[in-house]
Design a binder for this molecule. Structure first.
Ligand code: PMP
Length: 397
């Protein structure tokens, strides 16, 4: 049965982690990861999460099946977070939201629904993008192409190229957009650029799918929702996937969601019924624990306030690491201006280092990043940053 099964290529990032683990260099630093570490290099367990779990444990609740679309209080909290608690779509009930297995699950439920809805549509992702975007939409049966995004020479976004691409694709094309904290580049569109993207999407009758995996990691919870608000104002229907993996540091709990903005409440009910079929036939219903943690935090004022404080702490630590890296590179005499690193937002930075330089960093210094030049700024800390800066200085001279 399996003689013709070919060995699939290894996940490049996981391969890098294996190499890092095997590395005996005591100074080694893993900047290849996609997670936030605290200043001690540890994955944080947020205090708001601990308090929510204590509350949950004290309740000794049985673990029945959840509804197919998840915990109602969780879905309601996600809607408020994404669109605004007092927003018209939330009040009028025209958002269909389902609890999903992480942001990935939200994307996949949306992709499967879209494939049924419009099987001929193409999907456009940014060039470059989170590597699973292509794989996920391809597995859902779509042809996936890219729109220009990163401009290496400019150290920024090729916005004209992006707009031209959006203005030339057929109607119905699904456009996957990073709502904030673009992975892997760290470059986000400005509010004015979002306006132009919204005009193009609306004008060309494209379908926007906003991937919101880092809400609160850029400028703040509300500020990072600018793209959602712009699309909302356009009157179009669109998709938003949510992930709490990073914002609640709950990677392994698989806490995410998919929200679909519909025309009215009746349409939202029809869409929800179809999303439920996708879920029911894949994994039946989501798990209880992570969704309950998120619902407890988001719906309990003191825990919500604590979360916002802890999220702000993660956000400002990342910003501090960006500035410190730029300063340290300068003080080590590195030529060229690395100031662009402080212009980027979120966990990642396209460092501008070449593949050869990234390989040297890894082989000679034990500093691991992705060969594209992507480094995880959220894995820098006060103990490893000097060594990272020295190592970068050595490979760029
Ligand atoms: N989208 C983007 C852009 C991401 O970077 C990630 C996680 N690295 C996800 C989606 C998936 O998030 P999750 O781990 O919650 O599935």
């Amino acid at each position: 049965l399996f003689t013709a099964v070919e060995m699939a290529p290894r996940d490049p990032i996981l391969g890098l982690t294996e190499q890092y683990v095997a590395d005996t260099n005591p100074k080694k630093v893993n900047l290849g990861v996609g997670v936030y570490y605290d200043d001690n290099g540890k994955l944080p367990l947020l205090e708001c999460v601990q308090k929510a779990e204590e509350k949950m444990m004290a309740a000794h609740a049985a673990r029945g099946y959840l509804p197919i679309d998840g915990i109602a209080a969780y879905d309601a909290a996600v809607k408020s977070l994404v669109f605004g608690a007092e927003s018209e779509p939330v009040k009028s009930g025209r958002v269909a939201t389902v609890q999903a297995l992480g942001g990935t699950g939200g994307l996949r439920v949306g992709a499967d629904f879209l494939k049924k809805l419009n099987p001929q549509a193409k999907v456009l992702i940014s060039d470059p993008s989170w590597e699973n975007h292509r794989a996920l939409f391809t597995q859902a049966g779509f042809t996936v192409e890219t729109y220009p995004y990163y401009d290496a020479a400019k150290r920024g976004i090729n916005f004209d190229g992006m707009l031209t691409a959006l203005n030339t694709v057929p109607a119905g094309t699904v456009v996957v957009l990073h709502a904030c904290c673009h992975n892997p580049t760290g470059y986000d569109l400005t509010a004015a650029q979002w306006d132009q993207v919204v005009v193009a999407v609306k004008g060309r009758k494209l379908v926007a799918f906003l991937d919101m995996a880092y809400q609160g990691f850029g400028q703040g919870i509300t500020e990072d929702g600018v793209a959602v608000q712009k699309f909302l104002a356009s009157g179009e229907n669109f998709f938003v996937s949510t992930s709490f993996s990073k914002s609640l540091s709950l990677y392994g709990e698989r806490v995410g969601a998919l929200s679909v903005l519909c025309q009215d409440k009746e349409e939202a009910a029809r869409v929800l019924s179809q999303l439920k079929i996708v879920i029911r036939t894949n994994y039946s219903n989501p798990p209880t624990h992570g969704g309950q943690i998120a619902a407890t935090i988001l719906n309990t004022p003191e825990l919500r306030a604590l979360w916002e404080q802890e999220l702000a702490g993660m956000r400002s630590r990342i910003k501090a690491m960006r500035s410190a890296l730029v300063e340290k590179l300068k003080s080590k005499g590195v030529k060229g201006d690395f100031g662009f690193i402080t212009q980027q937002v979120g966990m990642f930075s396209y460092s501008g280092l070449s593949k050869d330089q990234m390989v040297r960093l890894r082989n000679e210094f034990g500093v691991y990043g992705i060969e594209s030049g992507r480094i995880c700024v959220a894995a820098l800390n006060s103990k490893n940053i000097d060594y990272v800066a020295e190592s970068i200085a050595a490979v760029v001279q």
